[in-house]
Design a protein around this ligand. Structure first.
Ligand SMILES: [Fe+2]
Length: 269
């Protein structure tokens, strides 16, 4: 099943929702945002045709990447070519997008692989069409994760910083301590609307980030408590595991699981 939907937040922000499911409904839909001629993230390569139609029908001068994961960068090479758009990202994104590494089988099936593309390092501020995007490095989900704050309107384009308040799994390379710090960093800024990479546009963005921060701190605190009592990793995972990630853990061959969140909290102590 393929899902393509256009959403208008207001006269200035268009969201493109893209979903791809091999059998039945997609596991997770992706949201890309167009503000003036600035596109933030560009979806999975599996939906290249749909993104190409969108790109051909709109003016896209520049593409800002929140991070290199294939559901966010999958069509960057195509957008750069079709729209003659500049692609920009964190220095680690620059490296990752010019040194594409093999991806796991589930990533191939669900998202498809990104192609190499030249990415320029981000300036301190990205100004275009009367909008001003402040790039803020927010590592934890990935080393290069960067959010874009449109300060004049209080819009936060948050990539995968939010995802949900009580997330059920981490990828194996995610860092809970860095995510906690990144959420704290963002709560120092003023914004209202949250433009998440996998959720429709959300109001009360600061409250949502605050609740996610509380949840991650709760998990990290529980892990520290059990570690201090001398419990081994395996037992801590067993006690805290909410058993909600079995399907995802199976499909991803363990790359995404609740256990990864616990392991990350143990490493952070
Ligand atoms: Fe991601």
């Amino acid at each position: 099943m393929r899902i393509v939907k256009k959403h208008r937040f207001n006269a200035q922000v268009t969201a493109l929702e893209l979903g791809y499911g091999i059998i039945g409904r997609p596991l997770m839909n992706v949201y890309c945002y167009l503000i003036g001629g600035t596109l933030i993230d560009c979806g999975q390569a599996r939906m290249a045709e749909e993104m190409k139609s969108f790109a051909s029908a709109h003016r896209i001068n520049q593409l800002l990447l929140t991070h290199h994961h294939e559901d966010h960068s999958g069509n960057a090479a195509m957008i750069a070519k079709v729209c003659s758009a500049a692609v920009m990202g964190h220095p680690v994104t620059v490296h990752k997008m010019t040194h594409i590494r093999p991806i796991l089988p589930y990533q191939h099936l669900v998202w498809g692989q990104s192609r190499e593309v030249s990415v320029s390092p981000l300036p301190a501020l990205v100004a275009s069409d009367g909008f001003c995007f402040l790039p803020i490095h927010t590592p934890g989900h990935s080393k290069d994760h960067t959010v874009y704050l449109e300060m004049q309107n209080g819009w936060l384009f948050s990539g995968d910083l939010y995802l949900g308040e009580r997330i059920k799994f981490f990828r194996s390379d995610e860092k809970i301590d860095q995510q906690i710090q990144s959420l704290k960093t963002m709560l120092q800024y003023d914004f209202e609307a949250l433009f998440c990479g996998h959720n429709p546009i959300l109001k009360n963005g600061r409250d949502r980030l605050r609740r996610k921060l509380a949840y991650l701190e709760e998990i990290a605190g529980q892990v520290r408590f059990l570690l201090a009592r001398g419990l081994p990793e395996r037992e801590i995972i067993r006690r805290l595991d909410r058993r909600q990630d079995r399907f995802v853990k199976l499909v991803t061959l363990g790359n995404a699981s609740f256990a990864n969140m616990v392991r990350s909290a143990i490493q952070a102590t």
